[in-house]
Design a protein around this ligand. Structure first.
Ligand code: MTE
Ligand code: MO
Length: 470
C-alpha cells in the first residue's frame, strides 16, 4: 500500500468507463476494476460505483462485507486516495445515511439513522394543512437518491410476463387528482401505552400524524392504462415496493387489498405533489402511493414497483410488524400469522394545547383546549368530548377545521377547540379527550386493556395533567 501513487477524488472520477479504465475507491484505497467488471457476481451494478466509492453500495448490499471480497479488491489496488480526500471519503461513505436530506430543526428525532421525527404537537393544531417541513418523518431505511429523469415505475401482474414501465412524465400525463388526507403512523401516541408496560417500537409522542394535500394520478386510471380490468377482481392484493432497500437489497414493501386500490371512491393515487410542490425527499420523492384512510405504513414512499397478486406482500412490514395483539400476548407467545395486517385505523384524538404539566391561565372561569381527531376508512369525526373532572361532565368541542367530504371519503383530520369551565379554587386538573366517528365508534378509556407488544393502535383517551393559574 505504501509506495503506491496517490490520487484525488477528482482524478478517480475521470476513470468511469472501459475506455478510460474503471476505477473505484474503498476507504483509502484506489482500485482499477476494469477487468473484474465482467466477472462481478452482481453484474453491471458495479458500474454504479465507477469513478467513485463502492462503500455506499457495500453498505446496502451486505454480502460484500467478507474477507474474501476484501482480498479480491486488494488484488486490484493501484493507489491511495490523497490524504485530504481520504478523510472526507471515510467520513461520508461509511454511512449509508450520508445522502439523507437536511431536516427542519423543529423535528424532534426519535431516531436519527434511519430518520424518524415528529414536530412539537402544539404546532399541529395551528393549521389544518401541515407544512411539509413540519410533517413527521418515518423512515425505515436511508432515503434513496432518485433522478427524476431516469425514474421508472414498474407495474407487473402475477402470472403474466409483461412489465409496464412508466416514467415520471408518463404518470403526470394522467388526469390530476388531489386528495386532502391525514397520514398517521400505527405507532402514534405509543409513549402513552408504554407507561403501562414496555413495548418494542420507536417512542412516538402524539405528533406522528399530519394532514396534507396530495396530488397525482389515480391508481385506478394507471392500472386501467396498464391493461388491467379494474372491475374484474382478478387479483386480491396490490403490492407497493419502495426504492429504499435494506443491506440485502430488499426494498421496503407493503400491500393493500385490491378493492381499495381500484375503488372509484377509494381515491388511491400515485402522488407527485405534497401541498402543491414536488413531494420532498423525506416524504417519497418523486412518487408515493397515497392510500387515504389507511395506516401510514401502506402509503409507500419512493414507489418503484406495483405488483398485482393473489397474495399479500411478504415484506417484513406487512407480515411481522404493524399488527395488533391481545394484551396478554408477549414476545414468547406471539404468532404474527394469527393477526391481520393493519389497514384502516381506528378512531383517535389527541390534545395538543395545552401540553402535559403546562401552567394554564384561567380566563373568565374557562380554559381553552385544542387538538386533533381522526378516523380511518374515510370515517368522519362527528364529535369530540373533553372533560376536566374525570368524566363527571363532558364538554363538546367545536370544530375549527374539517373537510366537507362525506364518509366514506372523509380522509382528513378534524381540528377542534373546547372551552372548559373551571370551578373556583381548582388548582390542577387532568384533561381527557375522546372522539366519536361517523360509525359511532369511540376511543377506549384506558391503555391497560388495549396494550399490545408493538405499541400500535394506541388510541385510548388522551389524558393531560395541567396546572392552573388565575
Ligand atoms: N415507504 C417506504 N418506501 N419506506 C418507509 O420506510 N415508512 C412508512 C410509510 N411509507 C416507509 C414508507 C411508515 S411506517 C409511515 S408511518 C409513513 O410512510 C410515514 O410517512 P412520512 O414519513 O411521509 O410521514
Ligand atoms: Mo409507521
Amino acid at each position: 500500500v505504501d509506495g503506491l501513487p496517490s490520487y484525488t477524488l477528482d482524478e478517480v472520477a475521470k476513470h468511469a468507463s472501459v475506455e478510460t479504465r474503471i476505477w473505484v475507491t474503498f476507504k483509502q484505497g484506489v482500485y482499477d476494476i476494469t477487468k473484474f467488471v465482467t466477472e462481478h457476481p452482481g453484474g453491471e451494478q458495479i458500474l454504479l460505483a465507477a469513478g467513485s466509492s463502492v462503500e455506499p453500495f457495500w453498505m446496502l448490499y451486505g454480502v460484500h462485507k467478507s474477507n474474501f471480497v476484501y482480498e479480491i479488491l486488494e488484488s486490484m489496488r493501484i493507489g491511495n486516495l490523497s490524504e485530504e480526500d481520504a478523510k472526507e471519503a471515510i467520513k461520508d461513505m461509511s454511512d449509508p445515511y450520508h445522502n439523507d436530506p437536511k431536516r427542519h430543526k423543529i423535528l424532534k428525532p426519535a431516531s436519527v439513522k434511519p430518520f424518524n421525527a415528529e414536530p412539537p404537537s402544539s404546532i399541529l393544531v395551528d393549521n389544518f394543512i401541515t407544512p411539509n417541513d413540519l410533517f413527521y418523518v418515518r423512515n425505515h431505511l436511508p432515503v434513496p437518491e432518485i433522478d427524476p429523469e431516469t425514474y421508472e415505475l414498474e407495474i407487473e401482474f402475477e402470472g403474466k410476463t409483461k412489465t409496464v414501465i412508466l416514467s415520471l412524465d408518463d404518470i403526470k400525463k394522467f388526469p390530476k387528482h388531489t386528495v386532502t388526507m391525514s397520514i398517521m403512523c400505527a405507532g402514534n401516541r405509543r409513549t402513552e401505552m408504554t407507561k403501562i408496560k414496555a413495548v418494542k417500537g420507536l417512542g412516538w409522542g402524539n405528533a406522528a400524524i399530519g394532514n396534507a394535500q396530495w396530488t397525482g394520478a389515480k391508481l385506478r386510471d394507471v392500472l386501467t392504462a396498464a391493461g388491467y380490468d379494474v372491475d374484474s377482481d382478478e387479483y386480491k392484493h396490490i403490492h407497493f415496493e419502495g426504492l429504499d432497500t435494506d443491506p440485502t437489497s430488499k426494498p421496503y414493501g407493503a400491500s393493500i387489498p385490491s378493492w381499495k386500490g381500484v375503488d372509484k371512491r377509494g381515491e388511491v393515487i400515485l402522488a407527485y405533489e405534497m401541498n402543491g410542490v414536488p413531494i420532498p425527499r423525506d416524504h417519497g420523492y418523486p412518487i408515493r402511493a397515497i392510500v387515504p384512510g389507511v395506516v401510514g405504513a401502506r402509503n409507500v414512499k419512493w414507489l418503484g414497483r406495483i405488483f398485482l397478486s393473489s397474495e399479500e406482500s411478504d415484506s417484513h412490514w406487512q407480515q411481522n410488524d404493524y399488527k395488533g395483539f391481545s394484551p396478554s400476548t408477549d414476545w414468547d407467545t406471539v404468532d404474527f400469522t394469527k393477526s391481520p395486517a393493519i389497514q384502516e385505523l381506528p378512531v383517535i384524538s389527541s390534545i395538543c394545547k395545552p401540553i402535559a404539566n403546562q401552567t394554564v391561565t384561567v380566563v373568565d372561569g374557562h380554559i381553552t383546549v385544542q387538538g386533533y381527531a381522526w378516523s380511518g376508512g374515510g370515517m368522519k369525526i362527528v364529535r369530540v368530548d373533553v372533560t376536566a373532572d374525570g368524566g363527571d361532565t363532558w364538554h363538546v368541542a367545536t370544530f375549527d377545521g374539517q373537510d366537507s367530504n362525506d364518509p366514506p371519503q372523509h380522509w382528513a383530520w378534524t381540528l377542534w377547540t373546547a372551552k372548559i369551565p373551571i370551578p373556583d379554587g381548582t388548582e390542577n386538573v387532568e384533561l381527557w379527550a375522546k372522539a366519536v366517528d361517523s360509525n359511532y365508534n369511540t376511543q377506549p378509556e384506558s391503555f391497560k386493556n388495549i396494550w399490545n407488544l408493538r405499541g400500535v393502535l394506541s388510541n385510548a383517551y388522551h389524558r393531560v395533567p395541567i396546572n392552573l393559574q388565575r
